[in-house]
Design a protein around this ligand. Structure first.
Ligand SMILES: NC(=O)c1ccc[n+]([C@@H]2O[C@H](COP(=O)([O-])OP(=O)(O)OC[C@H]3O[C@@H](n4cnc5c(N)ncnc54)[C@H](OP(=O)(O)O)[C@@H]3O)[C@@H](O)[C@H]2O)c1
Length: 329
């Protein structure tokens, strides 16, 4: 059984365009090879997904592109992202063109700056790895990258540009200086990490939040695990609500996301899982009481802390996230 894509909720962007409120994440990380992710994209299209969250650094855009080839373009929402080692002005256009060619589309619906730091790390490195070239957020440099992102819109290569892993202080500077404002911001969002302040700020500025790791990323690599991390899908409140609805706790997290007002991009290569997530957002909504109960489960538990993007030895990961409202240098 497939879901009619017309039944899938959408969210309206400031441009007037609509984005499907659920997309398939495509970051196979250390555990799902490119071929497996591309097969999931094929299966997800058949199931009724029309939104795919891609990125050059995921290393699978060409395999995904082979699946997307020939599919009616106007029915799809395809996001890609500029990786950290391509922030230099001369690298932005070629990186975007590469993703467009690999994905077999002639434009992207959204192109995001993946992280606000030009800090690169090798694949699979451990949590203590630091690049000698790593730098803090430097606004002038970010704006030079953003100017090239704006030109991608002018050239008709991308319909929307956006940010990812941003904070309010960085977003304030960007909104002050941008000619083309970001339409979306991709950020970690799940019941145990609801980021209410940033979420409200974005909504107030007309920027649609897209929530990554909506299930709490249970298969994230070792380098993204800390002893204090909590597990959304084992939270007794989520587990009880899952029982109420006869679904897996992961599906409750996805339902919550969409009802809360953000776009969810859960990853799975298992057909039963990605189908259940899609079915979850078109049927049997959570009640008001259930939504309020999930709101109270927030533990401020950031899972994707970004250690590998730090620029000094011995620095706390919190320096990436401007917790006291100040951008760290
Ligand atoms: N912008 C960024 O910096 C950024 C960062 C991280 C992620 N992302 C994007 O967000 C996407 C999702 O994030 P994520 O992969 O970290 O975390 P996630 O979607 O929260 O978690 C994915 C895991 O949840 C399991 N799962 C999903 N649906 C399930 C279901 N119905 N029942 C049981 N288990 C289920 C999957 O296991 P199975 O495979 O066993 O189903 C998979 O291992 C990524 O793929 C990527 O596109 C973006």
């Amino acid at each position: 059984m497939s879901v009619d894509p017309a039944r899938v909720p959408t969210m309206k962007l400031s441009s007037g365009a609509t984005i499907p409120a659920i997309g398939l994440g495509t970051f196979g990380s250390d555990h799902a090879a490119a071929k497996e992710v591309a097969e999931a994209v094929q299966g997800a299209l058949e199931a009724g997904y029309r939104h795919f969250d891609c990125a050059s650094v995921y290393g699978n855009e060409d395999e995904i592109g082979r699946v997307l080839k020939g599919f009616p373009r106007e029915q799809l929402w395809v996001t890609s992202k500029l990786w950290n080692d391509k922030h230099a002005s001369q690298d932005v256009l070629p990186s975007c063109l590469r993703s467009i060619a690999d994905l077999n589309v002639d434009y992207l619906d959204a192109y995001l700056v993946h992280w606000p730091f030009p800090n690169h790390h090798d694949r699979g490195v451990d949590i203590n790895s630091r690049s000698p070239h790593a730098r803090p957020y430097i606004h002038d440099e970010y704006m030079a990258t953003w100017r090239e992102m704006e030109r991608l819109v002018d050239r008709g290569l991308v319909r929307h540009i956006g940010t990812s892993n941003m904070t309010i202080p960085k977003m304030e500077l960007l909104l002050r200086d941008a000619r083309v404002a970001p339409s979306v911001n991709e950020m970690e969002l799940h019941p145990h990490f609801q980021q209410p302040e940033l979420f409200s700020y974005l909504v107030g500025k007309g920027i649609q939040p897209i929530g990554f790791s909506p299930v709490g990323s249970p298969a994230r690599p070792e380098r993204d695990r800390s002893p204090d991390d909590t597990v959304d899908i084992e939270d007794p409140v989520i587990v009880q609500i899952a029982k109420n609805h006869g679904v897996h706790p992961a599906v409750v997290c996805v339902k919550w996301a969409v009802q809360h007002g953000h776009v969810a991009i859960p990853f799975s290569t298992k057909a039963s899982h990605y189908r259940a997530n899609l079915e979850g957002v078109v049927s049997d909504p959570l009640t008001g009481d259930e939504m309020r109960a999930i709101a109270r489960t927030d533990r401020g538990n950031r899972l994707i802390k970004g250690h590998v993007f730090l620029w000094r030895e011995g620095q706390p990961w919190e320096d990436l996230w401007d917790l006291d409202g100040v951008i760290k240098s």
